[in-house]
Design a protein around this ligand. Structure first.
Ligand code: AMP
Length: 393
């Protein structure tokens, strides 16, 4: 059960509600290039509007580093949100101070205000208590629905919760519930499918999943470092030499559960037109060549495990899937997972993009919207922004 209060547990009727959303959307030529993060906030915003709340929406966008950067203004989000909500959205050119206070004083139930990028103030990332107090000032209730930044203890995610009743929105609740359930109460066997570029930022993830899962299938760049740690020659593949010791330690501890690629697709360059070939891992990768995908025997072997899983938690692509010629391992496993009866939990920005490209995102049990926050949760680390919310009685 989700241990924190949610919007359902407080009276939001006619109240001024500060909602922390994740509108950190990609912009192209001053326009929103992908509105999926805005869409993800709609269930909570609709609920609040149905209850005649007055909404003050706060988010960060990019990394302005405490300075006002016009190119990182949230203004372009306002018309997109207005369309999606089918209601007027007033953009305020600040997130604290008189502009917000005046809007709050005149606001009517059902009005929506989008505040300027909270990271224009250095107090945000420092979680400065005075800045948090100023953010909280115009509101009566704080709702956090920004799962994507839940692993950061910032003023708008953690600090404000000191000053207001603080509850979760539906997205935050759903993300935490789905990921926690997959980890703590999965249908067995639980299989972790891990890939991506590096192991150095996923060591805690491997450790936590090794304790919870029956099998870890590891591919992608991450597998290269493990294979190198076992003494295989990976040529010019991405290998983290500084993580070899750590990879050996993980193999010593959890080797019985870890399955690595038995064959690889190797390419002469990271280029769609490069020469490629398939080879077993026991053969040295030629100098100048790189492993760019798992090979067909590995796809078959990993696929077998996935077909028999009760739950699959997937983080990290099996190869350089951004290049079509190197996407076969990632896409084939995505299709097998979509066809399998297993609960399928997909997390991390790149993996979510990969299942979307493979055309099977809507056939997964849950595709997480978070990157860093998802990794934190799957690594068994608490999310400060969730901890900061009021407990259910
Ligand atoms: P991550 O953010 O750690 O999940 O890494 C995702 C990135 O890993 C993607 O952009 C992939 O292109 C990249 N990746 C996956 N496999 C490999 C590989 N064998 N060599 C280089 N990069 C890879």
């Amino acid at each position: 059960m989700f241990p924190k209060k949610t919007v359902r547990d407080v009276d939001v009727q006619n109240r001024r509600v500060l909602v922390r959303v994740d509108f950190n959307v990609p912009l192209k030529e001053g326009r929103v290039a992908d509105d999926s993060r805005i869409r993800a906030s709609l269930p909570t915003l609709h609920y609040l509007l149905e209850h005649n709340a007055i909404l003050f929406l706060i988010s960060h966008l990019g990394r302005p580093k405490g300075q006002r950067k016009p190119e990182l203004s949230l203004a372009p989000v306002a018309p997109v949100l207005a369309d999606l909500l089918d209601t007027e959205v007033t953009f305020l050119p600040d997130c604290i101070g008189p502009v917000v206070a005046e809007a709050a004083a005149r606001a009517k139930p059902g009005q929506v205000f989008l505040l300027e990028n909270v990271r224009f103030y250095p107090g945000e990332t420092k979680n400065d208590p005075e800045f948090a107090r100023q953010l909280a000032e115009p509101a009566e209730i704080f709702v956090n629905d920004a799962f994507g930044t839940a692993h950061r203890a910032h003023a708008s995610t953690v600090g404000v919760a000191q000053y207001l009743p603080a509850v979760a929105g539906f997205l935050l609740e759903q993300e935490v519930t789905m990921l926690t359930q997959a980890l703590e109460a999965p249908q067995h066997p639980l299989v972790a499918l891990l890939g991506g570029a590096k192991i150095s930022d996923k060591i805690k993830l491997v450790e936590n999943l090794s304790q919870k899962a029956q099998t870890l299938l590891i591919g992608g760049g991450m597998a290269n470092t493990f294979l190198a740690a076992q003494g295989h020659d990976l040529g010019d593949s991405l290998v983290e030499t500084e993580a070899l010791e750590e990879a050996r330690r993980l193999l010593d501890l959890y080797g019985a559960k870890i399955r690595l690629p038995v064959d690889l697709l190797v390419a002469e360059a990271l280029d769609p037109n490069a020469a490629t070939r398939t080879q077993d891992v026991s053969e040295p990768v030629p100098a100048g060549w790189k492993a760019v995908d798992i090979g067909p025997k590995t796809i078959e072997a990993f696929g077998q495990v996935i077909r028999q899983a009760g739950t699959v938690i997937w983080n990290g692509p099996m190869g350089v899937f951004e290049i079509d010629a190197f996407a076969r391992g990632t896409f084939t496993l995505a299709w097998i997972l979509a066809d399998s009866p297993a609960q399928s939990i997909v997390g991390g920005g790149d993996t979510a993009a990969a299942v979307r490209l493979a055309g099977v995102a809507d056939r997964m049990t849950h595709v997480s919207t978070g990157g860093g926050a998802t990794l934190h949760l799957l690594a068994g680390e608490p999310l400060p922004a969730v901890e900061a919310l009021d407990n259910k009685e």
